[in-house]
Design a protein around this ligand. Structure first.
Ligand SMILES: Nc1ncnc2c1ncn2[C@@H]1O[C@H](COP(=O)(O)OP(=O)(O)OP(=O)(O)O)[C@@H](O)[C@H]1O
Ligand SMILES: [Mg+2]
Length: 269
C-alpha cells in the first residue's frame, strides 16, 4: 500500500503579519491509498483550513504537503494540472457549488473535459458516473434545483470522482442531511472507495460518523494535533481533550456499533 498524502509540520495563518495567529501549528499526517483519515475537533480548530492547504487554495507558512510525492505548494505547469485532477474536494453544501443554470450532464461534462468537449463524446461516461452514484441516466438532463439534498450530494460525488482522483477531501459532507440520507451517502462513499481505491481525508463533527468511516483519526484543537492514530483510539483516548469529545457523545459505548443509530453521535458541545 502506498501513501497518497503526506502532510509534514504544516503551519498556516490567514494574515501576512508575523503576529497573525497560527490557525494550523505543526500538523502532520499521512494517508495511504484506499484509506480514510478522519479529522475531528471543535469548531475553529482548523479542519477546513487544513483542507484548503491540502487542495492548494491556501499557502502554508511552513511545512510541506505532498500528493503521491508531488509538492502541492511548489507544483507548476503540467504537475499543477495533474494535481487539480488527482485531488478532489466534496463540498459541504453541494447546492452552492453546483451551477443552477447548468444541467447535471453539463456539470459532469465540464469536469470530464474542462477545456471544452462535445456531450456526445462523453455521454457514456456521464451515464456510467450517474450509475456509480445510483442516479438514473435521466438525471443528466435535469437542473440542480430539481434534486433533493441527498441527490445533490450524489451529483457532487459523481463530479469529484469523474476525473479518477487519488485523494478525496470530504469536509462535513453529510452534516446538512437527515440521518437516513446521511447513512446512504456514507455507504456510497465507502463503496466507491472500495471500487476506486482513492485515499480520503474525512472531516466531521460527528464521532459516530468518524468511527464508521475512518481507518485512522486526527484530533485537532486550536490548530494543533492533540492525538492521532488508529480509529480505535476513540474507544480509549489517551488525550484529555479527546476524552472530553468522546464523553460528549450521547452513547460513547455505541460508537463502534453498526447501523444508523451510531450517526446520532454528534457531540452536544
Ligand atoms: N478566511 C478566513 N480569514 C481569517 N480567519 C479565518 C478564515 N477562515 C477561518 N478563519 C479562522 O481560522 C480558524 C480555523 O477555522 P476553520 O474554518 O479551519 O475551523 P474548522 O475546524 O473547520 O471549524 P468548523 O468546525 O466550524 O467548520 C478559526 O479561528 C477561524 O475563525
Ligand atoms: Mg470547517
Amino acid at each position: 500500500m502506498s501513501s497518497v498524502l503526506q502532510v509534514q509540520g504544516l503551519s498556516a495563518t490567514y494574515g501576512f503579519s508575523r503576529r497573525s495567529p497560527r490557525v494550523l501549528d505543526d500538523v502532520s499526517m499521512s494517508v495511504m491509498q484506499g484509506q480514510t483519515m478522519g479529522v475531528v475537533g471543535e469548531s475553529g480548530s482548523g479542519k477546513s483550513t487544513l483542507a484548503k492547504v491540502i487542495v492548494g487554495t491556501l499557502a502554508a507558512a511552513s511545512g510541506t504537503v505532498t500528493v503521491e510525492g508531488v509538492d502541492v505548494m511548489h507544483a507548476r505547469g503540467a504537475q499543477r494540472r495533474a494535481l487539480r485532477r488527482s485531488v478532489q474536494m466534496i463540498p459541504q453544501d453541494p447546492y452552492a457549488s453546483l451551477d443552477p443554470r447548468m444541467t447535471i450532464g453539463r456539470t459532469l461534462l465540464e469536469a470530464l473535459a474542462p477545456n471544452g468537449g462535445r456531450p456526445a463524446q462523453h455521454r457514456d461516461r456521464i451515464v456510467e458516473l450517474l450509475g456509480l452514484v445510483a442516479l438514473d441516466a435521466s438525471a443528466a438532463d435535469r437542473f440542480p434545483h430539481s434534486f433533493s439534498g441527498g441527490q445533490r450530494q450524489r451529483v457532487a460525488i459523481a463530479r469529484a470522482i469523474a476525473v479518477q482522483p487519488k485523494l478525496l477531501i470530504a469536509d462535513e459532507v453529510t452534516s446538512a442531511l437527515d440521518a437516513s440520507i446521511q447513512f446512504e451517502i456514507l455507504d456510497l462513499l465507502d463503496r466507491l472507495q472500495d471500487e476506486l481505491g482513492f485515499g480520503c481525508v474525512f472531516i466531521t463533527h460527528n464521532l459516530g460518523v468518524a468511527a464508521r468511516m475512518c481507518d485512522d483519526i486526527t484530533v485537532m484543537r486550536h490548530g494543533r494535533v492533540v492525538e492521532q492514530g488508529h480509529i480505535s483510539l476513540l474507544a480509549e483516548p489517551a488525550d484529555s481533550y479527546t476524552r472530553i469529545l468522546v464523553s460528549s457523545v450521547p452513547d460513547p459505548g455505541g460508537l463502534f456499533l453498526e447501523g444508523p443509530s451510531a450517526y446520532d453521535a454528534t457531540p452536544s458541545t
